[in-house]
Design a protein around this ligand. Structure first.
Ligand code: GAP
Length: 483
């Protein structure tokens, strides 16, 4: 993991936030290559969810065809949203302090891979550590709207993007030609005042989520839950995560969130975790009708029989009243009115990016320009995720090669493909530079190019080199990006 973090810093993927002032714990900046990588992860997700979705075709494993639409909601929402969603009362972790060294951390991390007090990580005095009893700590960041700094202006930075989709359910139904079942997707920033942000970008205080709320008929909700679980797992595999390090884990009943009827986590064996441990990449939750009901009726709780019912305050009235709006759906073909159930695949863009980086990091040994064996570091990123898709080199800085190579570079750029031109240093060194940042294809212009307009195409992973006509390079890259 240290090597991956060092590479991210050295090559401009991820920097500490506000680094020149000593950094800010739990906040990260994506550098010039990191911003492209994360954007490609989000793009791959958005294309899978929205752009490439065919609403007239039933995808393999799906009960029927369906529509998908997108949203981009505000980060600060009406405070009542968080009261009805349950976040205001329930979105907390329990924290404990070490009485000896004053370290503060999550009670549920004691003894886990993430525990800072594990004897293996902190030998010595922490073995007999004294902990305070656990105390609640709400994870929402509070802020104040307008000139009012009192409680009447208090608001929260969203701790998840999901609520934007629920409160706009009716807007989407009324303005788009969608019929249940359909999904609403959104990717954007979320904020959680994590007690112990750690493990690089894995647990940060400001991060991006990619969430989708899928509204369906209650009688079909378990079939859809199965469908989305499997489809989301396969998304990671198709983009390069090795299935030996990726798993789908069903939550035990006592692990379920207050809203969930069933949840499966997609988890990855991050290298910073202990052998055999996995960290969450995405949760796929069957949320029943909890969200639409709570935004209509007010905050819900489960009664003794396990049924959801509005929570009452001391005065016998709903503790947090809902919007009072009817959020049910009328199916004009079956003439049935019902409250849709929701299946939610909720992913983290930063965690997915980190998993792709960890998976891609590879070391091997290759001969350098003099033939001596040298260690090579490469990122075996899927070509669709790689920040740069191609690099163009003139073999040497003479004989018309730089001019030819620059023209080819410009042609690739004009096709909208991220590409770099490099004529500095020996050719082997230039290949290594690109390997280390995951550029899948390098194209070298040499003496033969000037005679027959062919170039050398070199593959990052196989190191295979072959000659291709320069005029076919753009087409070749475009084809390789489709796979
Ligand atoms: N709407 C449901 C929801 O937000 P979640 O499991 O709390 O569910 C979904 O969050 C995903 O967001 C997680 O699987 C993870 O990938 C990402 N995520 C959550 N907290 C995070 C944090 N502190 N830092 C980075 N990513 C986080």
């Amino acid at each position: 993991m240290e090597k991956i973090v060092a590479l991210c810093k050295r090559r401009g993927f991820i920097f500490q936030s506000s680094e020149i002032y000593g950094g800010l714990n739990g906040f990260w900046d994506y550098g010039p290559l990191g911003v492209e990588l994360k954007r490609n992860v989000k793009d791959a997700w958005w294309k899978d969810m929205i752009t490439h979705h065919d609403e007239f075709e039933t995808p393999p494993g799906a009960p029927q065809s369906f529509s998908m639409v997108g949203l981009d909601c505000s980060i600060i929402m009406h405070p009542q949203v968080w009261k009805c969603s349950g976040h205001y009362d329930l979105f907390h972790d329990f924290m404990v302090d070490c009485k000896e060294c004053k370290a503060r951390f999550r009670a549920d991390h004691v003894g886990s891979s993430e525990c800072p007090l594990k004897p293996s990580k902190h030998p010595g005095e922490h073995d007999k550590c004294q902990l305070t009893p656990p105390r609640e700590f709400n994870l929402m960041f509070k802020t104040y709207i307008g000139a009012l700094s009192g409680e009447e202006g208090a608001a929260f930075m969203r701790p998840e993007t999901a609520q934007g989709m629920f409160v706009n359910f009716k807007n989407v139904c009324d303005t788009q030609r969608v019929r249940v079942p359909f999904g609403i997707a959104q990717a954007g920033k979320s904020f959680r005042n994590e007690i112990t942000p750690r493990n690089f970008t894995f647990r940060s205080r400001e991060f991006e989520q990619m969430e989708m709320e899928f509204f369906c008929h209650p009688s079909q909700s378990f079939a859809w839950y199965q469908y989305w679980r499997d489809r989301r797992y396969n998304w990671y595999v198709n983009l390069g995560l090795n299935s030996t390090r990726l798993r789908l884990r069903d939550h035990a009943q006592d692990e379920l969130s207050h809203y969930s009827v069933g949840t499966a986590d997609i988890e990855y064996a991050f290298p910073f975790l202990d052998q055999g441990d996995f960290g969450e990449l995405e949760g796929v939750a069957h949320r029943g009708d909890f969200d639409l009901r709570s935004h209509s009726e007010g905050k819900l709780v489960r009664d003794a029989a396990g049924h959801l019912t509005p929570e009452l305050g001391p005065d016998g009235k709903p503790k947090y009243p809902g919007s009072g709006k009817d959020l049910s759906y009328f199916d004009d073909q079956t003439r049935e009115r019902f409250l849709p159930h929701v299946i939610e695949p909720a992913a983290g863009a930063d965690r997915a990016t980190l998993a792709f980086l960890c998976e891609a990091y590879t070391e091997d040994e290759q001969p350098d320009d003099s033939g001596a064996m040298q260690q090579r570091v490469l990122l075996k990123l899927h070509p669709r995720l790689a920040p740069l898709k191609a690099a163009v080199f003139p073999l040497v800085k003479k004989g018309g090669m730089p001019e030819f190579a620059l023209e080819l570079y410009r042609e690739i750029k004009r096709a909208g493909i991220p590409c770099v031109y490099d004529q500095q240093a020996a050719i082997g060194k230039r290949y290594r530079r690109q390997d280390e940042i995951g550029t899948p294809f390098c194209i070298t212009v040499d003496g033969q190019t000037i005679d027959d307009r062919t170039v050398t195409w070199r593959d990052r992973d196989t190191l295979e080199q072959r000659r291709l006509p320069a005029d076919r390079i753009v087409e070749e890259i475009v084809n390789r990006l489709k796979t």
